[in-house]
Design a protein around this ligand. Structure first.
Ligand code: FAD
Ligand code: FES
Length: 376
């Protein structure tokens, strides 16, 4: 990140840079200062601090919002859709998910003047970690939000970075940030925007690309695809389709970065993968897997967990349901304090370096290295 505003926006690696806690971290109640209708089912909420401060984050990162639903606190992650180059406000852009408790609560209940607890920033899906002169952004539905933050940042910094921004929507009425994207495309020759709609909307016939993204279309849009750093965000089926297109197109896996918002599909895939791998191989049988005890202090319960199993899985097997959502080390819902022992934690950005230094762990992606005591 380059300095543009009073020269203080830092370059940092969320893995290694603990940051300055009171500057880089957001653990506070933010005030909703504006609601912006983006489409018929998408709203941007503009959030501001209660006293003047700047937010530090990287384009593509997200925050966790806590909502009180009938006395129960529920957490959800939302990408910061604004760029870090406009650091006095944060925006989140939320799509209503039919029957979804939090997205509908935000749409129906969060009004200007209300405060909401926000924690973050979190996440590794950011261009800051992968600087390049050419990007390909592929998004579908609400997966557009991190790519919009990245694009807004690139434009604010007035760099020579070349961006191809491809977005899939159901109908023209569902194109999130449509007017802004059209303005960006018209004003910035280095940014190419391509929208693809599955069908017309009731009010508008779609004259652009139709259907879904395909490899021939992708090759047409990005002739220099192998030269580009690729960021993809969308629902799980879209991610799967894009993955196989990029494989076929010969895109370098090291230059492909993904995020999805929907954990249910991930959990389904994981369940399948774990049932497929539940029959141990002869090597697995031969290798002795150590088993450790894990004391769940808060619950006054001790379970067994082997070195190949996450604490969350072991708890589930023992009939203990610990708070969790993504089970991927992304969302931070399962964060707990490690009071004793050590773990091998393979997280995906859902915990901050400072929290790790304070002995916090994500139980969904932590395997024991010795006996543990956890405040869970
Ligand atoms: C890192 C991260 C960033 C996110 N950023 C955004 C964002 O910028 N904008 C946004 O609208 N949402 C975002 N989400 C999704 C968000 O956290 C919630 O999952 C979503 O708002 C639904 O919450 P809910 O409580 O209403 O419904 P839930 O009970 O959580 O979900 C109901 C069902 O809808 C599916 N689902 C969840 N999110 C979506 C979605 N966006 N589109 C389609 N189906 C979905 C779930 O898998 C589940 O099947 C993000 C999620 C993650 C993990
Ligand atoms: S459940 Fe999401 S980080 Fe553990």
């Amino acid at each position: 990140m380059t300095d543009i505003l009073s020269g203080v926006l830092p370059t940092s690696d969320p893995d290694t840079d603990p940051g300055t806690p009171d500057q880089s971290e957001i653990d506070e109640h933010l005030v909703c200062v504006e609601r912006i209708a983006v489409t018929h089912d998408v709203t941007t909420f503009v959030l501001a601090p209660r006293s003047t401060r700047w937010f530090y984050f990287q384009p593509g990162q997200y925050v966790t919002i806590t909502v009180n639903l009938d006395g129960q606190e529920v957490n959800r992650c939302y990408t910061i859709s604004s760029p870090p180059t406009r650091p006095d406000r944060l925006t989140i852009t939320v799509k209503r998910v039919p029957g979804g408790p939090v997205s509908n609560w935000l749409h129906d209940r969060l009004t200007v003047g209300d405060t909401v607890p926000v924690t973050g920033p979190l996440g590794r899906f950011t261009t800051d970690r992968h600087p390049a002169s050419k990007y390909l952004f592929l998004s579908a539905g609400s997966g557009i939000t991190p790519l919009m933050s990245m694009t807004r940042t690139i434009i604010d910094l007035d760099t020579e970075v070349d961006v191809i921004f491809v977005h899939n929507a159901r109908t023209p009425d569902d194109i999130i940030f449509r007017r802004e994207l059209e303005t960006i495309a018209a004003d910035h020759p280095k940014v190419t925007v391509v929208a693809i709609c599955e069908q017309d909307s009731t009010s508008q016939e779609w004259a652009g690309h139709r259907g879904r993204l395909s490899l021939p279309l992708l090759r047409d849009i990005a002739v220099d695809l192998p030269e580009r750093e690729i960021f993809t965000c969308g629902p799980a089926p879209y991610m799967t389709a894009v993955r196989s297109m990029l494989d076929e197109a010969g895109a370098d896996p090291a230059r492909r970065h993904e995020e999805t918002f929907s954990f249910e599909d991930l959990i389904g895939t994981r369940a399948l993968a774990s049932s497929e791998s539940s029959v141990p191989t002869s090597e697995q049988v031969a290798a002795e897997v150590k088993t450790f005890s894990v004391e769940l202090r808060h619950r006054r319960q001790t379970i067994e967990c082997d070195a190949d199993t996450t604490v969350l899985q072991a708890a589930l097997r023992a009939g203990v349901r610990l708070p969790s959502s993504c089970e991927e080390g992304v969302c931070g819902t399962c964060k707990s304090s490690l009071l004793c022992g050590s773990v091998d934690m393979q997280h995906a950005g859902g915990i901050r370096p400072r929290e790790i230094a304070q002995n916090k762990i994500l139980v969904c992606c932590s395997k024991p290295l010795e006996d543990l005591i956890i405040d869970a």
